[in-house]
Design a binder for this molecule. Structure first.
Ligand code: SAM
Length: 244
C-alpha cells in the first residue's frame, strides 16, 4: 500500500497546493502516495458548526475545542489506523531530517493543522499527538507547516526522486553519526561575470573533488551552524575514544 497522508484542517482547499506540482505532484498522480484533506468544521457544534471557543483563564484569541477535534480524528482514523498523529505547533519538537526519514519509512501520517491560539491541551494528550514545529516563528495556521513536512517526506519515498536527484548526499544526510550542510554547487559557464568556478572542480580528479567538497561542507557547517558542528565533532570524538 502506498504512503498515505491525511490532513485535518479548516482550509482543505489549501491542499494539495504546491504538493500537486513537480516531483510530489507527479508521484501523487502515479499513486506513489495519497493525500486526503478533511474539513474539521464538519464536526463543529451547533447550527454554525463552531470549532472554537474562548480560553479558560481569559486572554486574547480562541481555542479549538477538544470534542470537535477529537471527532474529526476519530472519523479520519477509524478502524485501527497505524499512522502517527502529528500536530503542527510552534511548541513542538523541531522538524529535522531524522524525523522526516522516520516518517517517510512508515505507513504515512495524519496531520492536524491548528488555527487561532491552537488546540485544547487535553485532546493533544488524550490522542498522544506528536507535536512538531517547522521553526522558531509563528505562522497563522498549521497548513503551510503541514505542506513543508509532507514535501520533505514525499521526496524520500521510493521512486519519487530519480537517481540524478538522490537524497543520499545532501544537507543533513547521516554523516559519521552527525549531520553536515552540503558543499556549494557550480555549473556552466566556467567563468561568469569575472567569477571562476574553483579549479579543482574542472580538474577531473575525483578524489580531490571529493576532498574539496568534504572540506567545504565542514567549513560551511562550522561557520553557519555551530550547533550542528558541535554535534558532529562530539560524534567524531566519541568514535575516536571508542577505538583507543
Ligand atoms: N498561540 C500559539 C503559540 O503562541 O504557540 C500560536 C498559534 S498559531 C497563530 C496557529 C496555528 O498555526 C498553530 O496552532 C499551529 O498549528 C500553526 N503554527 C504556527 N506556527 C507554527 C510553527 N512554527 N510550526 C508548526 N505549526 C505552526
Amino acid at each position: 500500500m502506498s504512503w498515505r497522508a491525511t490532513v485535518l484542517t479548516l482550509f482543505p482547499e489549501m491542499f494539495p497546493g504546491s504538493l500537486g506540482m513537480s516531483l510530489a505532484g507527479r508521484a501523487l498522480e502515479r499513486g506513489d502516495w495519497s493525500l486526503e484533506a478533511r474539513q474539521i468544521r464538519d464536526f463543529g457544534t451547533g447550527r454554525h458548526r463552531n470549532v472554537d471557543d474562548t480560553p479558560f483563564g481569559g486572554g486574547a484569541g480562541m481555542v479549538m475545542r477538544p470534542d470537535v477535534v477529537d471527532a474529526a480524528i476519530e472519523a479520519a482514523m477509524q478502524g485501527g489506523d497505524d499512522r502517527p498523529l502529528l500536530y503542527m505547533t510552534p511548541r513542538g519538537r523541531p522538524l529535522q531530517q531524522a524525523l522526516v526519514r522516520d516518517l517517510a519509512s512508515g505507513p504515512g501520517a495524519v496531520i492536524l493543522c491548528g488555527r487561532y491560539e491552537g488546540l485544547d491541551q487535553r485532546v493533544i494528550e488524550a490522542r498522544n499527538m506528536v507535536e512538531v514545529s517547522v521553526g522558531d516563528y509563528v505562522l497563522s495556521g498549521g497548513e503551510p507547516a503541514a505542506l513543508v513536512l509532507l514535501d520533505a517526506c514525499v521526496r524520500l519515498l521510493p521512486g519519487v526522486m530519480g537517481a540524478s536527484e538522490s537524497g543520499e548526499e545532501e544537507s543533513f544526510s547521516p554523516n559519521g553519526g552527525g549531520t553536515l550542510l552540503e558543499y556549494p554547487h557550480y555549473t556552466r559557464p566556467a567563468e561568469w561575470n569575472g567569477r571562476r568556478v574553483p579549479d579543482v572542480l574542472l580538474s577531473g580528479h575525483h578524489a580531490e573533488v571529493a576532498r574539496w567538497r568534504a572540506a567545504q561542507s565542514a567549513a560551511a557547517t562550522q561557520e553557519r551552524r555551530p550547533d550542528l558542528w558541535a554535534k558532529q565533532t562530539g560524534f567524531a570524538a566519541a568514535a575516536h575514544a571508542a577505538h583507543v
